[in-house]
Each structure stands twice: as structure tokens, then as C-alpha cells.
Design a protein around this ligand. Structure first.
Ligand SMILES: [Zn+2]
Length: 492
């Protein structure tokens, strides 16, 4: 694996991210956007199949979602934008042109603040535009293996699904920054309910433009990389490309402006075609669609409807709950988890302790089960009760963790789980606790002798006795009381 940190030449990366918009129907027809898993070519109609004589009708929800994402990216929403035809021939494109925005786009000039390697960085957004998706080529397989057939099949189910393409400025200087930008962008899209942002299913797709700067600081030749289906392949593809370009330049060669495809299995990029320029596409205005007009009142309406954004939530959690940046990063990564945490606090759990429990224990349980917070069976109010019992020293953390495991596996009450854990909510203090300590000291008289004769210099033996007492009392005793009673007994 190459290491971009050793690149002799400064790295310049810009990303084009396609996000599938969360509408019910396609961009220009009433077909469903829920196409995954459907029989090929059943989720289609004359409009998205481009039957001559049909006309597209713009889906207003796609416009609203595009504007919303644009506002999230601090872009200016345009009062007037329009659609163009981007002409190219490819079998998955039913019309032999794609309806897209070009020149006059719905949102321009924003930015997204990211954090990479502990450092803040602002990535500028050139613009956001709306466009329709293409269909998919299907290569025949048997038992999941390509047959090597001399033909491909085409499935138009996805054709016409609305996308927003977000084009960044070339403001990233490492594969890690590119990844962190995509992570933040995806988080924003999810917070705004604009898209599910799943890379694996293709709801979020990234194309990268990368070049290495020349010795005089001027930009080198740009290469576009496509076909990266995960954050990991995005990083790997960029690492590979940095190493490849450095090698070509070191040996006196020159970089060709082209589009390269990432091959995930072989971990290489391969030349696909020479990069097209805009003139290759013969863009011209789409005469079948009226321009998109968004009034200032509508823009104000979109702004008012914006939910709390990820960075606003992070700031508020730090301020209101006194949490660290690292803690809120984890708690706000998914808005569903953030809501869960807030519900636990609202149900009376102390914020700091609740943050620990959600970050460590809830995420651990979800991880172990491969489950999601949105269908987590343990309600925030029950977790709050449990956390409060730990806070009040009615339960030890160890036992409370066992109880949490039980509650998340079985549909039982908190009382039942506490009973099964063997812990009693009755606290063991004073004389009762003293009796347990006496019993344990009597059963371990040799250890007591060692301590009393001053041979336990590091205190390991005292800790050993404390552990036995805590085990015996099954979390019913307060550790600090055990400690003080035990030292009195050992001194006496
Ligand atoms: Zn259709």
C-alpha cells in the first residue's frame, strides 16, 4: 500500500458526489424510486423509457430536497435555474441523453467544514445540481460468477431516479481528507432526510479528481477516478493513484487526462477512456421542461424547515451537557443515537454518566448484535433508570452491564432483570457489611496476617480482599465504604 504522506508532490483532490434524493417517485415520471430487488425493467413507464412523444414532468419534492441539501452546505439557492440535455450514447441511458443541470444550477457557492486528523478544514462547494440517474448494465452470471458472455443486459429500473450532484472545489490534500469529507457529507444528507446515503447500495457515489502539483506550484494534469463503492475503496484508489502518478512523473513521463476505473479486487485503477470535455456532450437547454423558479419566500420556507444540523447539535451537546468534543462526535454521528441519548437524559439520567453508557455500552451491544439504534429494544427511560441506580450506588457498574445485556436480549422488566442478576437493590452497609468483611477476613487469615505484618507494600493483598468482598456482596455495597471498613478492620 502506497503512503500518500510520502508523496513528493502536493496532492490536490476534488470530489463529485452523487446523492440519490429521498423522493417517492422518479425525477420526471410517477415510477417508484424503490427499485432495488425488483424484476428488471418492471419499474418503468413510457417517460423513463424515452418512448417518443412522451414529456417529462418535474417532481417538486426533488427540487425541495436539492434546495435543502444546498442550504445545509451553505450554498446560495438560485431563484432561477434550468435543465440541459447532456448528450452521450451508452446502453443504460434510454434517451441517449441525460437531463441534468448545467451552468444555471439550483445551488451555488457553499462549503462544508470537516475535521481530519484532528485538524479543522473547510472544503468549498462549487455547486449542487439536480439530474436523473441512468439504468444499469447487467453482466450475465452463474452462481455469482461472470460467465464471460459476449453480451450484456440492461435494466432501466433505476433510470430517472433523482440525484443531486455536489461538486467540491479541489480543496482536499490527502485520501483521508477525501474520506472525512464524504463522511460529513453523508451525515448531513442523513440529518436532513435528503438521502439514506448508503454507498453499498449506490445511494451515494463518489467520483474523484486528483492531480499532483508541479514543482512551480501549478496544478498538474487531472485524472478522474470512478467506481469506488465504499469509503475504504475511495481511500485505496486515491492512494494507488498518487503512487502511480508519482512513479510516472519520476520516470520523466507525463500524466494523461483521462477517466480511470477502480478495480476493487485487483486494487488498481485502469484507464477507461480519455476524459471528455463539456463540448463533447453538446449540452443544450431542455426545451421540454420549464425553468425551475424558486421565490425568496420559498427559500425562506426551506430555511425555516431546516432541522438542527450536525455541527449545531455537537455544539449544543458540549454546551448543555458539558461533554467533550470526542464524546459528542460519537453521540451525534447518527441523529437517531443523538435522540436516544437526549431521551435518556430527559428521563432523568445524569448527562455525563448517560453519555458514557450510550457511547460504551449501548454501542457495544448494538455492535455485537449487528443491530441499529432505530430498532434497539431497550427504551431510553429504562436505561435512564438503570443509570440512575448506578449513580445512586444501588447497583455496581458490572452488574448494571449484565442487566443491560439481559434487557436488550429479552423482553423483561427492569425489576425482573435485577432479580435475575442476583443483585439486590437493598444496599448493604454498616454492621451487615461489617459481618461480610469479618467472614472474608476469617476465611483468608493468612492474607490478613501478611498485611498486618507489613509485607503488603504495594497494597495488592488489600485489593484482593476488597475484590472478594465486592464479589460476595454482588454490587450491593459501596466500594468506598468497603474500603474504609476493611482498612479499619486490618488496622485493628
Ligand atoms: Zn417512469
Amino acid at each position: 500500500m502506497a503512503d500518500s504522506k510520502n508523496s513528493k508532490r502536493p496532492i490536490v483532490i476534488g470530489l463529485e458526489v452523487h446523492i440519490q434524493l429521498n423522493t417517492k417517485t422518479k425525477l420526471f415520471c410517477p415510477c417508484s424510486t424503490d427499485y432495488i430487488g425488483k424484476t428488471p425493467n418492471t419499474n418503468v413507464c413510457p417517460v423513463c423509457l424515452a418512448v417518443p412523444g412522451t414529456l417529462p414532468i418535474l417532481n417538486d419534492s426533488a427540487v425541495a430536497l436539492g434546495a435543502r441539501m444546498g442550504l445545509g452546505l451553505h450554498c446560495a439557492i438560485q431563484n432561477y435555474s434550468n435543465f440541459h440535455r447532456k448528450n452521450y450514447f451508452y446502453p443504460d441511458l434510454s434517451k441517449a441523453y441525460q437531463i441534468t443541470q448545467y451552468g444555471l444550477t439550483i445551488a451555488v457557492g457553499g462549503y462544508l467544514d470537516i475535521e481530519s486528523d484532528g485538524k479543522p478544514r473547510r472544503v468549498r462547494v462549487h455547486h449542487l445540481h439536480l439530474e436523473e440517474d441512468a439504468g444499469k448494465l447487467v453482466h450475465p452470471t452463474v452462481d455469482g460468477r461472470l460467465t464471460g458472455a459476449a453480451y450484456s443486459l440492461v435494466d432501466y429500473n433505476r433510470g430517472g431516479v433523482p440525484l443531486s450532484e455536489i461538486v467540491s472545489e479541489p480543496d482536499m490534500s490527502s485520501p483521508a481528507e477525501a474520506r472525512d469529507y464524504v463522511v460529513r457529507l453523508r451525515q448531513l444528507a442523513r440529518y436532513l432526510d435528503v438521502s439514506d446515503g448508503e454507498m453499498e447500495s449506490g445511494s451515494l457515489r463518489v467520483d474523484a479528481n486528483i492531480s499532483l502539483s508541479n514543482a512551480d506550484g501549478s496544478l498538474g494534469t487531472r485524472v478522474e477516478i470512478k467506481n469506488m463503492n465504499s469509503l475504504k475503496s475511495l481511500e485505496r484508489a486515491l492512494e494507488y493513484e498518487i503512487a502511480r502518478q508519482n512513479k510516472v512523473l519520476d520516470s520523466g513521463g507525463r500524466i494523461v487526462q483521462e477517466t480511470r476505473l477502480w478495480d476493487d479486487a485487483e486494487e488498481v485503477t485502469r484507464s477507461m477512456r480519455n476524459k471528455e470535455t463539456a463540448s463533447d456532450y453538446r449540452y443544450y437547454p431542455e426545451m421540454d421542461l420549464a425553468p425551475i423558479v424558486i421565490t425568496d419566500e420559498q427559500i425562506e420556507g426551506f430555511k425555516r424547515a431546516m432541522p438542527e444540523l450536525p455541527w449545531e447539535k455537537r455544539d449544543r451537546f458540549m454546551k448543555d451537557f458539558g461533554l467533550s468534543y470526542e464524546e459528542v462526535e460519537i453521540l451525534t454521528e447518527q441523529k437517531e443515537l443523538a435522540r436516544y441519548y437526549e431521551d435518556v437524559v430527559a428521563a432523568g439520567a445524569p448527562p455525563a454518566r448517560a453519555a458514557n453508557w450510550v457511547r460504551m455500552e449501548v454501542l457495544r451491544v448494538l455492535n455485537e448484535r449487528g443491530a441499529d439504534i432505530s430498532n434497539f429494544s431497550l427504551s431510553p427511560s429504562i436505561l435512564a433508570e438503570l443509570v440512575k441506580k448506578v449513580e445512586n450506588k444501588e447497583l455496581s457498574s458490572t452488574i448494571a452491564k449484565d442487566i443491560l445485556d439481559m434487557l436488550s436480549q429479552e423482553n423483561i422488566s427492569l425489576e425482573e432483570a435485577i432479580k435475575r442478576s442476583g443483585a439486590s437493590t437493598v444496599r448493604l452497609t454498616g454492621d451487615l457489611l461489617g459481618e461480610v468483611i469479618d467472614r472474608i477476613c476469617a476465611a483468608n487469615s493468612d492474607v490478613v496476617e501478611t498485611i498486618k505484618t507489613g509485607q503488603d507494600k504495594k497494597g495488592g493483598k488489600v485489593k484482593f480482599l476488597q475484590g472478594l468482598v465486592m464479589k460476595e456482596t454482588r454490587g450491593q455495597a459501596d466500594p468506598s465504604e468497603v474500603s474504609s471498613l476493611l482498612s479499619k478492620k486490618l488496622e485493628g
